[in-house]
Design a protein around this ligand. Structure first.
Ligand code: ZN
Length: 497
């Protein structure tokens, strides 16, 4: 290892150590921090953010990266240098004053959203949205972009993605999902939900969820499962990965799918190679790839017949009163039921991506100036009616439902759909590579799948971008085909369509 690269490693490990500290603070804020701790915590986080920015702008880092690059490096070392340069460039291109203005504005905008949403107060919310969009546009101009300013935002969450190719991908997906949705709903009929209104004691749910996480191979000595209002994963370090789920007495599947989802994120965070801890080689490619890992476990595995063929008897034994009389087939139909709804986070696998396509279309129009915040509500409602056949009766169930825009997270939504599409694509490749996979899943053995994901996804860190990784694993860039084929097969089997 050359001397300059050793300096790079040292500086990188310091940066990642600071990031770990921020991770623990923000995890704690969402789980155990007492309500009055908010102000002090915000100060600590802002102070750490300033220290990290100083470290990125430190000329020693730029010098070390330049010197390391000029010498022979291994392939993984080149990845570390390339990705640190990318992060450094982004950090130093954004003027400190603008970064501070964005941080302050989104914190106020988020508070304004939280107050305005329950009251449907669009007049209070829209000016904040306009402010956030204007600041993000300034940011895009500072950072630079490939084709359109929106690409600069995508770069924050999905390096290498372009609005133009996303549009092609999402248009293709939408044109096929809308008719598929119609066919599934016609076949489903209006059967009542057999799980609705039943009671599932929370202590028993806790036991079942911890059992699933352990079976997946999540190392509970190098991570935790706690509870929070909105489930999330905070990878503070590959040996300290914090997951949360949430339990509702009347909703068994909410916690189960959250645990599988966050467990998928958690396995990724625990799966990096120890020799690269503290560098971009021990970090996820992008949000879209991270989400592919959570959706793979939640949907490809967790909503499958194979998974429940093995596990349903145990679930019935844990909750005999509500489940004893419910056959596996009826249970599978219930957990895969398709039902257009107003709220994205409650959506099923088929309609979910239509919620995302709508957000992508509207936020790009908003960002390009083709749509004003005041015109969002009618545009949103018209699009909901056209694609999902429902019109939200009020803005809090419509364009004001998500926290993302008020937080400034423009360009973030598409990563959810990239995750869904990639999950299907990656799982298809895993099935080809592991002929015994279906049998393993029925038997509750996940070791081979986890090892295959480790070999093909986890250990690469940020070696490839999202599409590069997909090509490497599946031979194709991100595409809608495998996801659509997966849905077709599932619903053909469930309803004979
Ligand atoms: Zn997720």
């Amino acid at each position: 290892m050359n001397r300059a690269f050793e300096t790079v490693l040292e500086l990188s490990r310091d940066l990642y150590a600071l990031r770990s500290a921020v991770g623990v603070l923000s995890w704690d804020q969402e789980t155990y921090m007492p309500p009055k701790g908010g102000e002090g915590r915000a100060r600590s986080m802002a102070a750490l953010a300033r220290v990290m920015h100083q470290r990125f702008s430190d000329p020693r880092l730029a010098e070390a990266l330049g010197a390391a690059e000029a010498q022979p490096l291994s392939e993984a070392e080149r990845v570390v240098v390339r990705e640190l340069k990318r992060d450094r460039d982004k950090a130093v291109k954004l003027p400190e004053a603008l970064a501070a203005e964005i941080a302050e504005t989104v914190s106020l905008a988020q508070r304004a959203w939280a107050e305005a949403r329950p009251k449907n107060d669009t007049a209070a919310f829209n000016p904040w949205l306009a402010k956030v969009v204007a600041l993000r546009r300034q940011e895009a101009e500072c950072l630079g972009y490939a084709e359109t300013p929106y690409d600069a935002l995508l770069e924050n969450y999905e390096p290498g993605a372009r609005a133009s190719s996303l549009r092609v991908l999402l248009d293709d997906l939408k044109s096929k999902l809308v008719p598929l949705l119609g066919r599934i709903r016609a076949a489903q009929g209006a059967a009542p939900d057999p799980l609705a209104g039943k009671s599932f004691p929370i202590e028993a749910q806790r036991g079942f969820n911890h059992g699933i996480l352990a079976a997946m191979g999540f190392d509970l000595e190098a991570g935790r499962l706690d509870e929070s209002a909105h489930p999330f994963t905070e990878g503070t370090h590959p040996r300290d990965v914090r997951l949360t789920t949430r339990y509702h007495e009347n909703d068994l599947m909410s916690a189960l799918f959250s645990t599988l989802h966050e467990g998928g994120h958690g396995l990724y965070e625990q799966g990096f190679l120890p020799e690269w801890y503290g560098t971009p080689m021990s970090e996820a490619v992008s949000l879209g790839v991270h989400e592919s890992q959570s959706r793979l476990w939640e949907n490809q595995v967790g909503r499958s017949r194979d998974f429940w063929a093995g596990r349903y008897p145990g679930l019935q034994a844990t909750f005999p009163a509500p489940l004893a009389g419910l056959p596996l087939d009826a249970f599978l139909k219930a957990i895969n039921r398709v039902q257009p709804s107003f709220i994205r986070v409650e959506a099923d696998e088929v309609t979910y991506n239509l919620h995302i396509v709508l957000r992508f279309e509207l936020e790009t129009a908003l960002f390009n100036g083709d749509l004003k915040p005041a015109d969002l509500e009618p545009a949103w409602n018209e699009s909901m009616q056209r694609n999902l056949g429902v019109t939200p009766p009020e803005p809090r169930l419509g364009y004001m439902q998500d926290v993302h825009w008020s937080c400034g997270l423009l360009g973030y939504f598409p990563t959810y759909t990239l995750g869904n599409l990639r999950a299907a694509q990656i799982f298809e490749a895993a099935r080809r590579a592991l002929p015994g996979l279906a049998g393993d899943i029925r038997a509750g053995r996940f070791g081979a799948l986890k090892a295959w994901l480790g070999e093909n996804v986890y250990r690469h860190g940020r070696r490839y971008d999202g599409d590069g990784l997909m090509e490497k694993i599946t031979g194709h860039r991100t595409a809608a085909g495998p996801f659509l084929a997966y849905l077709e097969t599932k619903y053909a089997e469930l309803y004979g369509i």
